[in-house]
Ligand binder design. Structure first.
Ligand code: ADP
Ligand code: MG
Length: 580
């Protein structure tokens, strides 16, 4: 029990740091009742911090049972609890830094709590988990305090036996939370989820509610632009649809129909901002975000050119008929793809993973994969590339895959669009009929392929060439430590790892950690034997159950749910993937 914890901490005061290991185990606190589980104790003061969990019976929390009624409500509740803990921890640390008072929790000798702090998206995370109808648990790290190499038992007691209890009381007890904010958080998330589920039945791939705030505070920030100059979103009348939220409230906005949609307009008029909002509409957002009523087909994938990426056995034959050096475009492999081949591979891999909507911005594309104008067709006879503009209709007709494309300068795309939206000083207008006039005035025959070609289905061998640890992942890179270190420095041996920079729909480092854990798990589970990539990904369908099959070393709170599309994209970028 708690006295035991305090006795243990007193007894190790002044001992070697390693004596902290004695804390491993479980301590029960009474009033409020919860169990503290010390799962991992750091080896020294400079090592990665210790991992602890507080597990409280739901009956003790006082959360209304309605908040636990559905999976999505539980996700929202846990997300809120994590945010509350993160903000308490941040404020307490700031207290010390600004005031130097006694209210702060951090000390230069250690003692800092840390919890994986969420951004603008509401996601299932391992930082807070409801198990069955029994318990809710909060997972975080704590740096155990030391003077040099010795244990500071008194401080540790303050941190673990006193501050931690305060943190738990203010995070897990319903009576201590801001009930209005919590209720809004849960209903907002449930409403978004509900809106997203209505898309397909309404023949839509996205919905942007009127009044949404799309632009961000800056290029480096995910928080909303708060200036007076911001123009709230307003649907063109012709595309206006009204959907019903989970709480019964009707909400109107712009529906983007299935098929081929162009977002066009002058430079700097808000095209990319709208596309970026659609990219992240696969996730739910916090109520103050401005994008909390923008929802997108949950399988939508942003496609971009990504020269330099590795490609393994990808079938890029719909776009590229022949490759120099007799390489087979049905099984294209390279360590260093070009703009067009990387973009072709990105499209094909998204389809392989099951995406039904592609989101593309001309700004981040390889032009030669998007179009080839009449003059270039006349000039270059043996061009092996069939551009997307010639395939995009067949892609929709044969495979039901929609495309939203931001176009500034490529007029050929006008001839293949079902819907053309022009952004005009941040205001969208439907201009499909003006487009018809323009097409009559400036006819151009864009060759159309009736056949899209094959959608790949690879059997892959997941071989991780070394040790992969979720704890060394960053938002843009997963490190892989080589199994055998080459004693002779070999400049050809670039740092091993999976480059995630091209994945615009990853929003948190915890998702990169989740991918790292998943790739590692796939490697172990398949033992390098060939498996159908699709069925491997199907094992992720239950992605909300984050803890399933997780190795014990991952009992921390650092993982965040990720879609199978990002996992597939990461696997495809693994140098060491083999295709049977
Ligand atoms: P485009 O892709 O059409 O060139 P962007 O989407 O990059 O334009 O937007 C240009 C600038 O306008 C960005 O700085 C963006 O933050 C800002 N912006 C976009 N939408 C709005 C809006 N609704 N209100 C105010 N500013 C906006
Ligand atoms: Mg742009």
């Amino acid at each position: 029990d708690w006295d035991q914890l305090q006795r243990d901490l007193r007894s190790i005061d002044g001992q070697q740091y390693g004596a902290y290991k004695r804390l491993l185990g479980r301590y029960d606190h009474a009033g409020p009742s919860f169990a503290l589980s010390v799962d991992h104790v750091q080896g020294d003061a400079y090592a990665a911090p210790s991992r602890v969990r507080a597990v409280m019976p739901l009956a003790q929390t006082g959360f209304p049972s309605g908040y636990l009624q559905s999976e999505i409500r539980r996700v929202a509740l846990c997300d809120y609890v994590t945010r509350t803990a993160a903000s308490i921890i941040r404020d307490k640390h700031l207290d010390r830094n600004v005031g130097g008072g006694n209210g702060g929790w951090s000390s230069p000798k250690g003692g800092a709590f840390n919890i994986n702090a969420p951004g603008q998206e509401v996601l299932p995370r391992t930082s807070a988990i409801v198990s069955g109808d029994e318990t809710i648990e909060l997972r975080f790290t704590v740096a155990l305090p030391a003077a040099g190499r010795t244990v500071l038992g008194q401080q540790a007691n303050q941190i673990l036996a006193i501050n931690l209890v305060e943190l738990i009381k203010n995070t897990l007890l319903h009576g201590n939370l801001d009930e209005k904010k919590l209720a809004l958080h849960i209903s907002s998330v449930e409403n978004q989820h509900h809106l997203r589920q209505q898309l397909s039945a309404n023949n839509l791939i996205a919905f942007v509610a009127n009044g949404s705030i799309l632009p961000r505070a800056s290029g480096a920030s995910a928080t909303p632009m708060l200036d007076n100059s911001v123009v709230p979103f307003q649907s063109p009348p012709e595309l206006s649809v009204t959907l019903t939220q989970a709480d019964g409230v009707a909400v109107s906005g712009m529906g983007i129909p299935k098929g081929i949609t162009l977002l066009t307009g002058g430079g700097f008029h808000g095209k990319s901002t709208l596309l970026e909002a659609l990219e992240l509409g696969v996730y739910d957002h916090i109520p103050t975000d401005g994008r909390e009523r923008i929802v997108t087909d949950p399988s939508a994938v942003k496609i971009r050119a990504e020269d330099g990426r590795p490609v393994t056995g990808a079938d890029i034959s719909p776009f590229i008929s022949t490759l120099p050096g007799g390489k087979d475009p049905k099984r294209f492999s390279t360590d260093d793809a070009s703009g067009s081949t990387s973009m072709a591979a990105n499209i094909q891999e998204a389809l392989e993973a099951g995406s039904t909507s592609l989101l593309i911005d001309e700004d981040s594309s390889a032009t030669n994969l998007l179009v080839r104008d009449a003059r270039m067709q006349a000039l270059i006879q043996n061009e092996p590339i069939t551009p997307l503009v010639s395939k995009v209709r067949a892609l929709y007709a044969q495979h039901g895959v929609s495309t939203v494309m931001v176009v500034g300068g490529l007029g050929d795309w006008l001839s293949v669009a079902d819907t053309v939206i022009a952004m005009d000083y941040y205001v969208p207008r439907l201009i499909t009929s003006q487009v018809e006039d323009v097409l009559r005035q400036f006819p151009s025959d864009v060759a159309q392929d009736a056949q899209y070609g094959s959608v790949p289905q690879r059997a892959v061998q997941v071989q991780v060439p070394g040790e992969i640890s979720p704890y060394t992942a960053s938002r843009s890179f997963i490190n892989i430590k080589p199994a055998v270190r080459n004693p002779v420095a070999d400049p050809a041996q670039a740092p091993q790892g999976i480059d995630l920079q091209g994945l615009d729909q990853l929003v948190e480092v915890g998702q990169a950690r989740m991918i790292a854990a998943t790739v590692q798990r796939f490697g172990r589970a398949t033992e390098g034997k060939p498996v159908d990539l699709k069925s491997l990904l199907a094992t992720l369908e239950e992605e909300v159950n984050l803890d399933q099959d997780m190795p014990a070393t991952l009992s921390g709170g650092e993982l965040v749910a990720v879609r199978k599309y990002e996992v597939a994209a990461a696997l495809s970028r693994l140098r060491g993937l083999r295709v049977a």
